[in-house]
Design a protein around this ligand. Structure first.
Ligand SMILES: Cc1ncc(COP(=O)(O)O)c(C=O)c1O
Length: 376
């Protein structure tokens, strides 16, 4: 029996149009874009330039603000460690939220082990930051704030415009991990006061292994990968032209259908939630109002988490939390106040472009059957 894939927050399938756009760049137009001394090299460089300009347009920034990386993890590391290295004379305090992805928490913890002071703010039971508490936590020596745009487990959207305004008033740099937002909603980091914005190709039906850091004018993180001077000296390494072209195509496709997709998937998500609530003993994790349309995360009462996920995986590809923390209890659900047992008996559903109403109805039936079996 085929597995129904509802784990689009972990990753998305590469769109066939993206695969087609990348195809010529593997073995026909394969030249190194840094090879400026011959025509194939110049053609590869032109493809990269075009992709950079196109991506920049979707983000409302100038092309030179886009630095290609291997994904959001690398973009987060460059933003956080690079900014702190460049500005370390100005302070030693760093601020983030307890629900951030590990690709943000780990670089910050690394810095905390190297003389910086890290505040990890708790969130409210609905996953949102308390803005008063946030404002009080900012200090004169705060160097950097990092708050994700949308959470990868519970889909919660933080009030970034308000956070950006508070940071701007105090002259504090703001980084946002936008891996789950870019390609799913219109987002212009500059308008929100975001100085450093990370994104990842494989979350928007593009290829794995490519992402970008978008850097506001006047912000100059120190390079974290030294090499051949690519990307204005900020990120050494031969540029992966096929992946860059793939990211460009994925962003174009997303810009055409994100509104319609959000509406359609929001409707399917509500249908899924209604069906699951009818089963009884099911509760929503995280705010429904301030949330990505294609995410649902629920906790199920009266069942063992391991047994629940074992029963589901025969037919459904869903997850208990972040793909990057598989096996360990979710620090995001813990931050909402869930016990380890309740967090383990939680399910993340990530709907995506290919998701159909029939798959949603099947998912409800599969969960119902699992609960019947486990609850006896
Ligand atoms: C919010 C968030 N940040 C960072 C990452 C890591 O992105 P990448 O796989 O591109 O390194 C992910 C993906 O798991 C994510 O969801």
């Amino acid at each position: 029996m085929a597995t129904t894939y509802l784990d689009h927050q972990a990753t998305t399938p590469c769109d066939p149009a993206v695969v087609a756009a990348m195809a010529p760049y593997w073995s026909e137009l394969f030249a190194n874009p840094s090879s400026g001394s011959h025509r194939p090299g110049l053609e590869a460089a032109a493809a990269v330039d075009l992709a950079r300009c196109s991506l920049a347009r979707h983000l409302g920034v100038a092309p030179q603000q886009v630095v290609f990386t291997s994904g959001a993890t690398e973009a987060n590391n460059l933003a956080i460690k690079g900014l702190v290295e460049a500005r370390r004379q100005r302070g030693r305090h760093l601020l983030t939220l307890a629900t951030e992805h590990r690709a943000v928490l780990e670089p910050l913890r690394y810095l905390a082990g190297h003389g910086f002071e890290l505040t990890v703010l708790p969130v409210q039971p609905d996953g949102l930051v308390d803005l008063n508490r946030f404002s009080e936590a900012l200090r004169d020596d705060t160097l950097l704030v990092s708050v994700m745009s949308a959470n990868n487990e519970i889909g919660v959207l933080q009030p970034l415009a308000a956070i950006g305004a508070l940071c701007r008033e105090r002259g504090i740099a703001l980084h946002s991990d936008g891996a789950q937002v870019f390609g799913h909603q219109a987002i212009h980091p500059g308008e929100l006061g975001i100085d450093l914005f990370s994104l990842s190709g494989h979350k928007l039906y593009g290829p794995k292994g490519i992402g970008a850091l978008v850097i506001a004018p006047g912000i100059s993180p120190a390079p974290q990968q030294h090499g051949g001077g690519q990307e204005g000296g900020l990120r050494g390494g031969t540029l992966p032209v096929p992946l860059i072209v793939g990211l460009q195509r994925a962003a174009e496709l997303a810009s055409h259908d994100w509104e319609e997709r959000q509406q359609r998937l929001g409707g399917l998500r509500d249908r899924l939630l209604a069906g699951l609530l009818e089963l009884g003993g099911v509760q929503l994790n995280g705010s429904l109002k301030h949330r990505l349309a294609h995410n649902l995360n629920i906790q199920v009462e009266g069942v063992d988490g391991n047994q629940l996920h074992r029963a589901l995986r025969r037919q459904l590809a869903v997850s208990g939390g972040s793909a990057c923390s598989s096996g360990s209890p979710s620090h995001v659900l813990a931050a909402l106040g869930l016990s380890p047992a309740k967090a383990a008996a939680s399910i993340r559903f990530g709907l995506g472009r290919p998701t159909t109403a029939a798959e949603i109805d099947l998912a409800v039936l599969v969960v119902a059957a699992a609960l019947n079996e486990l609850r006896g």
